[in-house]
Design a protein around this ligand. Structure first.
Ligand code: GSH
Length: 206
């Protein structure tokens, strides 16, 4: 198994404390299922991977995350990849069983994170985005995160007491806030969620 992700600044993404891209959350989720995997990084400027491959030939969509299986087939779209990884080890508890109401709830969260949260951060990364578009994206993000904040009032994770791939994805996107100057102070539960996550990771690393 082989995955490719974006590491434009060449920073060390191996530790969760520096989690800044889908890559980090992705690799930790993969690690938790006990699956063997390799990681390739994408140079966004040249669109070649760290192995020197032309990324567009691997994934014609041209973006990450991208999962390449041992048979050479490719799976794209973060939400699909996350569920695939979780399903490789059903006992990991990373996703409720397919066909159950719990799985639809998970998909509900994954779609919300991908389309309403992830994509609200995207224009904030682009220097060419006009200021009013950025303000609009920030306002939208405030609304979307207010919903998440309310959901975390009585439970530690999005789905309740158990950690799922939706939490991992949420953690990764929230970690972009510092980079794009989005203030999370109005969201104390979200801040608690982030620090709880970091604590668990740190404990596991020791
Ligand atoms: N629809 C995709 C979007 C993934 C995405 O936005 N990837 C970003 C990095 S976080 C990317 O590769 N952007 C580069 C590009 O679009 O060319 C998904 O849900 O996985």
């Amino acid at each position: 198994m082989h995955c490719v992700s974006l590491n434009p600044k060449g920073v060390d993404l191996e530790t969760i404390l520096r989690a800044r891209s889908l890559f980090t959350g992705f690799s930790h989720r993969t690690a938790r299922t006990g699956l063997p995997f390799e990681i390739d990084r994408l140079n966004a400027a040249t669109t070649t991977t760290s192995n020197g491959e032309d990324f567009v030939k691997i994934n014609p969509k041209g973006y990450v995350p991208t999962l390449e299986m041992n048979d050479g087939s490719i799976l794209t779209e973060g939400s699909a990849i996350l569920q695939y990884i979780a399903d490789q080890n059903p006992d990991s508890g990373l996703a409720p069983k397919a066909g159950t109401m719990g799985r639809y709830r998970l998909q509900e969260w994954l779609n919300y994170i991908a389309t309403e949260i992830h994509k609200s951060y995207s224009p904030l990364f682009n220097k060419a985005t006009p200021e009013e578009v950025k303000i609009n994206a920030q306002n939208l993000l405030t609304k979307r995160l207010a919903f998440v904040e309310n959901q975390l009032v009585n439970k530690p994770f999005l789905m309740g007491s158990g950690f799922t791939v939706a939490d991992a994805y949420l953690f990764v996107v929230l970690n972009w806030s510092g980079r794009v100057g989005f203030d999370l102070n109005p969201f104390p539960k979200i801040k608690e969620f982030i620090s709880g996550f970091l604590l668990v990771r740190l404990c596991k690393q020791q």
